[in-house]
Design a protein. Structure first.
Length: 482
């Protein structure tokens, strides 16, 4: 008698062998739009993901993996005290979540494995302080993936190296799918919910050591769950997208490990991800240069706790404030020039909450000028309602310039006395062209983690992550983060 695995393997062989006839029938009739194309792109990517080894990764890819873990853990700890997380935890407990997996920053609190992935993902994204890849795709890869890897890794006793390799795999899948679905973001999708689901599934599949066929299935199971709308910016739902991506990654890899299948062409198919999530496609990006370069190398890190497209604007406003040395009440007019996408993404002139202010160019410019900072404290409900901030917002004009890059900005401040001050920002702080140093990233981590777990424990966690390559059990790091 054939086992379930034999049956599934035979089914996949049949699917592959029937590509020619299926394609011919699809050309004769459009009644079955999901007929196989025979391109094999999803399978090629899955084969690569399943085969990535620690030894394959470049020294810079390994460095960025450690940096990504450090940054995300700090952001998750800082976000663990947010009221949104309280609501989420209380809801899971009321639904009967079995306490098996650690919730970061919550002093021994545990949830069921899938629930913990959601909670840790939401707290890592709720402050909008987490890392962001800008390689043609605005994706918070780590916050969608690491909660899945932590939940599965704690359960399995995975090593630090295992997590690093899985995270690199997640970046490969998430960024490449985004680069292939070229107008995905313009369709209103929140990429951390959609591409983040793909990334989390790829990372989870690699962590639990799925083979090529199982990884193909995991990608398909993930893609059919992918969701998240930009309309929910400024609400509790935006950070839930990150948590659900992690959830989907855990579920997809777990189902695939037991033979649960999916389309073998979920990415490139005629009704696959890049086709239905994007009006335009560039499917060659899914496999171009596999193994020659690593997507994680081009990851960016946020010095400011808000939407990443606001960062060049903030750099400009802090610099011009230091140059002008004038009180906000002495400012007559501010002109800020940015890439048009900044206005499209953050055109909220009068934010009514701290979460919404993270997507307001006017608010970010105002607090950056007044406080010469843009950390967690600058994007609270109280700061959004502050009279001095609101007054300065009214004299700020944000102008688009199509010739600007997304990481570029300029600011001009004109004072009531007639003086004028100008600043140009070529590349925002934290981007690949103007990266945060290891020391700056460590200071950011300590600033995020210390209020939650204390200074000594924060330094211990930073040391554990610095030696992630030699950590035998990721559970040791997770348990240190409570």
């Amino acid at each position: 008698m054939l086992s379930r695995r034999d049956v599934l393997g035979s089914s996949l062989v049949f699917l592959a062998g029937g590509v020619a006839s299926a394609t011919a029938k699809a050309q004769e009739s459009n009644t079955y739009g999901a007929a196989l194309t025979g391109l094999g792109i999803t399978n090629t990517l899955a084969r690569f993901l399943a085969g990535i080894r620690y030894e394959d990764l470049s020294p810079e890819a390994l460095r960025q993996a450690r940096r990504a873990v450090l940054d995300w853990v700090g952001c998750a700890l800082a976000g663990s005290t947010h009221p949104t997380v309280d609501v989420l935890l209380a809801t899971f407990e009321s639904l009967g979540s079995v306490p098996t997996s650690t919730v970061l920053g919550r002093r021994g609190r545990k949830l069921a494995l899938l629930d913990a992935a959601v909670a840790n993902g939401q707290m890592g994204h709720v402050l909008d302080f987490d890392d962001t890849h800008l390689g043609g795709v605005i994706l918070h890869t780590s916050t969608a993936t690491l909660p899945a890897l932590f939940a599965l890794g704690e359960q399995r006793g995975s090593s630090g190296r295992d997590v690093m390799v899985a995270l690199a795999a997640a970046f490969e899948a998430g960024i490449r799918v985004g680069q292939a679905a070229t107008s995905h973001h313009l369709g209103g999708w929140h990429l951390t919910g959609t591409l983040g689901t793909v990334a989390a599934a790829a990372g989870a599949a690699r962590l639990v050591r799925l083979d090529e066929t199982q990884t193909t299935f995991a990608l398909g199971i993930a893609c059919t769950q992918a969701a998240g709308m930009q309309q929910n910016r400024g609400s509790d739902c935006k950070s839930l997208h990150a948590g659900k991506s992690a959830y989907h990654g855990v579920l997809a890899s777990s189902l695939a490990s037991k033979g649960f299948n999916s389309s073998p062409e979920i990415l490139e198919g005629s009704l696959g991800f890049t086709k239905i999530y994007s009006a335009t496609q560039q499917n060659e990006a899914l496999t171009a240069g596999l193994g020659r370069t690593w997507m994680i190398v081009d990851n960016g890190y946020k010095p400011y706790a808000c939407g990443v497209v606001l960062h060049p604007l903030i750099d400009a406003m802090i610099a011009v404030s230091r140059q002008a040395r004038q009180l906000a009440t002495d400012v007559a007019r501010v002109e800020v020039t940015v890439h048009p996408d900044v206005i499209r993404i953050t055109g909220v002139d009068t934010p009514n909450s701290g979460l919404m202010s993270k997507f307001s160019a006017n608010h970010a410019a105002a607090v950056a000028y007044i406080d010469q900072a843009a950390g967690v404290a600058q994007f609270t409900n109280e700061r959004s309602a502050d009279a001095s901030v609101q007054a300065l917002r009214k004299v700020i004009v944000v102008k688009p310039n199509p010739s600007f890059r997304l990481d570029q900005a300029a600011a001009t401040v004109r004072t009531k006395s007639g003086a004028s001050h100008d600043v140009q920002i070529a590349h925002a702080t934290g981007t690949v062209s103007n990266p945060m140093s290891d020391q700056a990233l460590r200071e950011k981590f300590l600033g995020n983690a210390t209020p939650v777990i204390g200074a000594d424990q924060a330094r211990r966690v930073a040391e554990l992550i610095g030696n992630l390559d030699s950590l035998g059990d990721i559970g040791a790091l997770i348990r240190a983060c409570v």
